[in-house]
Ligand binder design. Structure first.
Ligand SMILES: [Zn+2]
Length: 196
């Protein structure tokens, strides 16, 4: 006798639990900070970039923040092909913007959220895992990292000195170690951003 699946009669056995399952399954919970296992950039200090732009959804101006690593930060190079070789940290002589940031240490999270209360983990079709993202302070909608960092004239991709001068940079004299899938090295017009 072939092992056939009968129709939907299984439910007659009543083994489905209708009793309280309301206490929040993880998949419905808020996106969370990633894992420190993914750390791939680090620095002895960093800068918080801050600007304001019209929200992509409601059009009202909202605060946007980003992380910048100064020269002498380090990036992790994974040893390719040979698992015996250890990963190595390479020093980079330029500044870099980080985006699609999956993991941030607690202290950096607190600093960023002090600059923008609506900076928090988000999920998006644009990224395979949750990442730290700006949200509109008026309507709450996600402000995609792609639009902010990868599109010319995006909030953190200035195309001239004037647009760069809309960005404020605040140096934080504390170490950072983060997991970032997006990394924009030697950004143009950095010298025109305003140091606070
Ligand atoms: Zn909005």
């Amino acid at each position: 006798m072939p092992n056939r699946n009968p129709d939907h009669r299984d439910s007659e056995h009543g083994d489905r639990d209708h009793g309280g399952r309301e206490n929040g399954s993880p998949e419905n919970g808020s996106p969370e900070n990633g894992s420190p296992d993914g750390v791939n950039v680090r620095s002895k200090d960093y800068l918080i970039a801050r600007t304001a732009r019209p929200c992509a959804h409601c059009g009202v101006r909202t605060t946007l923040v980003a992380l910048v690593l100064p020269p002498s930060h380090e990036t992790l190079s994974q040893a390719e092909g040979d698992e015996e070789l250890p990963d190595s940290w390479d020093e980079v002589p330029w500044s870099a913007f980080l985006f699609y940031v999956g993991y941030l240490p607690d202290r950096v999270q607190q600093r960023m959220q002090a600059s923008s209360k609506t900076y928090r983990p988000a999920v998006s079709p644009a990224a395979p895992e949750s990442y730290w993202a700006n949200h509109c302070e008026h309507c709450g909608s996600l402000q995609e990292d792609h639009d902010l960092f990868c599109e010319p004239e995006g909030a953190f991709l200035p195309v001239d000195a004037a647009s760069a001068s809309a960005i404020e940079l605040t140096r934080i004299d504390e170490p950072i170690a983060a997991a970032a899938a997006g990394y924009a090295c030697a950004p143009e017009y950095l010298e025109h951003m305003i140091r606070t």
